[in-house]
Design a protein around this ligand. Structure first.
Ligand code: GLN
Length: 282
């Protein structure tokens, strides 16, 4: 006799399979994957638990589940991630927005004056720049990224949220030789190269290396951004940077070594880890 696969049965099977493959929160993720494959929301899934699935529906589910079983991030499969209360399109080639980065946005919003000109270095999916443009409607927000895929996605995310960004392809300050800003923010790559191999497979095998690898000690980009920002920041302007665990001391020393920053501060993420370092151009 041919077996009937209902939604509930497939859900339970998927949960077991993904758990076996090392996926945490396998039950919840299975629900997201089935919802996406069937075009239902989670309530729709629940009220249809007993519905038998057709062969094409099963094939669609199988494709998504196989991707997740290979530890591709759920966000790349679903194509979206929430950040700062906004939904962002994401795709392989850009770093998936992290909630830890919301503290960078909050600190920037608190310091941006009226009509601030803001630069986001390494704009990626556009999550920081779009969140800033949304929270600060009179700001001018520029973004720079070396990756063409990132710029396409950042533009789409800006349009999705009805804000406009000025986006430039290039490395760090390169497109801005003769331009000054009131606020510069960045979430640069900051993982020390030797630590990359130990990251979870979702990050190590799927997220762009160029958005993660901060060089031997993780600080390569800060060595360029902190001194490089001096000629692009107006007096009284702020430089705010996301950082990794244990980097606060070295980064504050780099700010101090320029002799051109005051009001140095650090801010913690919801996990209590120092996540943002910043200072004000004298
Ligand atoms: N927060 C990311 C991670 O821990 C790293 C992002 C970065 O290097 N800027 O995976």
């Amino acid at each position: 006799m041919k077996e009937t696969w209902t939604i509930l049965k497939v859900l339970n099977w998927t949960k077991g399979y993904l758990t076996e493959k090392g996926v945490e929160n396998a039950r919840l993720e299975s629900e997201w994957l089935l919802s996406a494959a069937l075009g239902l929301d989670r309530v729709g899934l629940y009220v249809n638990f007993d519905r038998p699935l057709t062969a094409p529906e099963l094939a669609g589910i199988r494709t998504l589940v196989a991707r997740r079983a290979r530890r591709e991030p759920l966000q790349y499969i679903l194509g979206s991630q929430e950040f700062y209360g906004l939904e962002f399109e994401v795709a392989p080639g850009v770093l998936i927005p992290r909630h830890d980065t919301e503290v960078l946005v909050r600190e920037a919003v608190n310091r941006a004056g009226k009509g601030a000109e803001i630069l986001d270095i390494g704009v990626g999916s556009g999550c920081i720049a779009v969140a800033l443009a949304t929270a600060l409607p009179d700001a001018v927000v520029c973004g720079v990224d070396p990756s063409p895929e990132a710029l396409v996605l950042a533009e789409r995310n800006a349009q999705r949220h009805g804000v406009s960004l000025s986006l430039f392809r290039g490395s760090l300050f390169e497109p801005f030789q003769a331009r000054e800003f009131d606020l510069i923010v960045s979430n640069p790559p900051y993982i020390p190269t030797p630590d990359l191999a130990g990251l979870q497979p979702e990050v190590r095998d799927y997220e762009p290396r160029g958005a993660l690898d901060g060089g031997a000690d993780g600080l390569d980009f800060y060595r360029l951004i902190i001194p490089g920002s001096l000629s692009r920041l107006r007096a009284g302007g702020w430089l705010l940077l996301e950082m990794g665990i244990g980097q606060a001391g070295d980064l504050q020393a780099m700010f101090q070594a320029t002799g051109s920053f005051g009001e140095l501060f650090t801010a913690r993420d919801p996990g209590g880890i120092d996540r943002v370092v910043g200072g004000r151009r004298l």
